[in-house]
Design a protein around this ligand. Structure first.
Ligand SMILES: C[S@@+](CC[C@H](N)C(=O)[O-])C[C@H]1O[C@@H](n2cnc3c(N)ncnc32)[C@H](O)[C@@H]1O
Length: 199
């Protein structure tokens, strides 16, 4: 049965994080080491701000994190974090986010999710569309050899997205972090070693 206030929810509250999603990012990081101290990271779909808090720690004082979301965040941004309120499809908002980062990104992460309708085929398609948008952002600003993380709902489009990523990354991993809610259909695809020319 779905338990909104599960172990990770309580842990996030106790530790002062804006969302339980931080533990998924932490698990992705300990398995794939996608982020290094000093990195510049773009966080797509960053509200309420849990990943921003965790990314701030991961990149440290010499790194920078820029997040964008159509919803406001619920955290006070640390010094190395900037936030832009807007849609990633809005060129001005995306441009402002890239400008806040101050240069090409070492890593692009997307925890974006659509407003779910309850119709699995529709929600999976919308999630896939967000992933393709995240990849487009990466193609604009990710440095050669950079890394990429995107959440996708498991549906018939999953294989298509994985194949698309394989054209641009040396290695593509599929991962369900243990902190994922029981019964959830979401997975993360982790692209390591970006190259701008497709295979
Ligand atoms: C699961 S939440 C992200 C949680 C976040 N990682 C955290 O730790 O707090 C997904 C977010 O994606 C955002 N989102 C969905 N579509 C978007 C779009 N087109 N542009 C920007 N943000 C979007 C939603 O507004 C929502 O806040």
């Amino acid at each position: 049965m779905y338990n909104r206030k599960d172990h990770y929810y309580k842990k996030a509250k106790e530790e002062g994080f804006a969302s339980r999603a931080v533990y998924k990012l932490e698990q992705i990081q300990s398995k794939f080491r996608v982020i290094k101290k000093g990195d510049k990271v773009i966080d797509l779909g960053c509200a309420p701000g849990g990943w921003l808090q965790k990314l701030s720690e991961m990149v440290g004082g010499k790194g920078m994190v820029a997040g964008i979301d159509i919803l406001p965040i619920k955290i006070k941004c640390p010094n190395n974090v900037k936030f832009v309120l807007g849609d990633i499809n809005d060129e001005a908002a995306l441009g402002a986010t890239i400008a806040e980062l101050g240069g090409v990104a070492d890593v692009v992460v997307s925890d974006m999710a659509p407003n779910t309708s309850g119709l699995a085929f529709k929600d999976c398609y919308l999630s896939y569309e967000l992933c393709m948008m995240a990849l487009e952002v990466a193609q604009k600003i990710l440095k050669e050899n950079g890394n990429f993380v995107a959440k996708i709902f498991q549906g018939k489009e999953l294989d298509d997205f994985r194949l698309e990523l394989r054209k641009y990354f040396k290695k593509v991993n599929t991962y369900a972090p243990p902190a994922t809610r029981e019964g959830s259909k979401e997975l993360y695809l982790v692209g390591i070693g970006y190259h701008s020319s497709a295979n």
